[in-house]
Ligand binder design. Structure first.
Ligand code: HAM
Length: 418
């Protein structure tokens, strides 16, 4: 027997019904806020993902040479792809350009609950508008998407990476060193950060104030305690937009650094505490990739939701039950009624109903059991006696009630009972 590759999953029909329901709900929300859907390939030139982060990231990727000896990688995320697509084909579209996307991503991770090697992201990017309300619109969409599938217990944490970044930049550190310092702060590894500060000529005062920025959390008033410059004013304005847009679950957390290297300004993460270790269900912020990919400087902000994780969290909160719920299952009772059954199936489908029928020529009791198992709302039983009257027995599978209905009226009766 074959085994699935490590870190991958199969999704059976019940699971797919839930995933499709969630995806439909999210798509509707994104479209209703003026975002339009795009799709990119699952693999790209490896360089698209190493250009910003350097070759070190290859260990975390599914990267390989194709038959033409090209270096290829399965996408670990989709933001770099959207930027490539924007530079090559979408740069002249009216701004702001509000895009969303859904699809599988691949990371060479150590699999555990909520962490997979193949996982799905639902993400969005806003291109070409540089205001606090633009960043707020990204966070507003992320939280509305999460709420659209009924998840209640989540928290949005927002920071501004430019504050810590600028403090390291002022100390004249290279981009690589800045990433290293931010990494220690991200992991809250105070000892390593202190050692890093010493080795790289950061004064004790600077290292201390960076640690206190890193630990700044809470409501907007937490900013007042900090003796800071521009990033703080931006965050204040941003938090005001968030509250005006009615997003209640947003807190400040200036320690947010994010794993990916491209963020430059506002950064945010959304946690679902019920998930434990892998509780981060979404992450994003404003970033700078377009010039690196050959385009003109343009403001970009966005996020991606971990689709699998957000569904896990939703199910933990209250289990989902999505019925496939076809309108009717047609059961011919004898060989002579099979042709009529097919005609009825064809006519009801043409009338817009969702209909299935007995293809295995089984007994009535087995068919009724099957109809219940697939959660059909009605069974249409074609007995010779009823057919002789131009009618069929319509059974409500929920209540078990049965009544004779003229074949011509089946579609209307079933639609009326929906
Ligand atoms: P990210 O934080 O790397 O950001 O991923 C976004 C979300 O994907 C995470 O919050 C998490 O829920 C989910 N995720 C990540 N890795 C895994 C995994 N191995 N298994 C299951 N879920 C996972 C990005 O990818 C950025 N592109 C987001 C962005 C868009 N920033 C700006 N625009």
């Amino acid at each position: 027997m074959f085994q699935r590759p490590k870190g991958t999953r199969d999704f059976g029909p019940d699971e797919m019904a839930k995933r499709q329901w969630a995806l439909d709900a999210m798509r509707r929300i994104a479209i209703s806020r003026g975002f339009r859907e795009i799709q990119m390939p699952t693999f790209e030139d490896l360089e698209l993902f190493t250009k910003k982060s350097g070759p070190g990231i290859v260990d975390e990727l599914y990267a390989f040479k194709d038959k033409g000896n090209r270096d290829i990688a399965l996408r670990p995320e989709m933001t770099a792809q959207v930027m490539r697509f924007f530079v090559s084909d979408m740069a002249s579209l009216p701004k702001p350009l509000k895009l969303f996307y859904f699809g599988p991503c691949f990371r060479y991770e150590n699999p555990q609950s909520g962490r997979y090697r193949e996982f799905y992201q639902f993400g969005a990017e806003i291109i070409g508008s540089n205001t606090p309300e633009t960043d707020a619109e990204a966070v507003a969409l992320a939280s509305a998407l999460i709420e659209s599938i009924g998840l209640k217990n989540y928290i949005v944490r927002v920071g501004n990476i430019s504050i810590l970044r600028d403090m390291l930049k002022e100390s004249k550190l290279s981009e690589e060193k800045i990433s290293e310092g931010l990494h220690y702060l991200d992991k809250n590894d105070e000892d390593r950060f202190s050692q890093f500060a010493k080795e790289n000529g950061l004064s004790e005062g600077r290292a201390l104030s960076m640690k206190s920025v890193r630990n700044t959390k809470g409501g907007i008033e937490a900013l007042d305690k900090l003796n800071l410059c521009g990033g703080k004013d931006y965050l204040k304005e941003f938090m005001e937009c968030i509250s005006l847009l009615g997003i209640g679950k947003c807190q400040l957390d200036l320690g947010i650094v994010r794993g990916l290297d491209y963020y430059t300004g506002m950064v945010f993460e959304i946690d679902a505490p019920s998930l434990g270790a892998e509780k981060q269900v979404a992450g994003g912020g404003s970033y700078d990739l377009v010039p690196l990919f050959g385009g003109e400087q343009v403001f970009t902000t966005g996020f991606a939701i971990g689709f699998d994780r957000v569904l896990l969290a939703r199910e933990k909160e209250s289990p989902l039950s999505i019925s496939s719920g076809i309108d009717a299952y047609v059961i011919p009772m004898s060989d002579s009624s099979r042709r009529t059954a097919l005609e009825i199936v064809g006519a009801l489908r043409k009338a817009g109903l969702s209909v299935d029928f007995d293809m295995m020529r089984r007994s009535l009791s087995k068919n009724l059991k099957y109809a219940a198992a697939i959660e059909a709302k009605n069974a249409i039983i074609l007995g010779d006696k009823e057919l002789a009257n131009g009618a069929a027995m319509l059974r409500n599978m929920g209540t078990g009630d049965q009544k004779e209905v003229k074949i011509d009226s089946l579609a209307k009766t079933i639609s009326g009972n929906r």
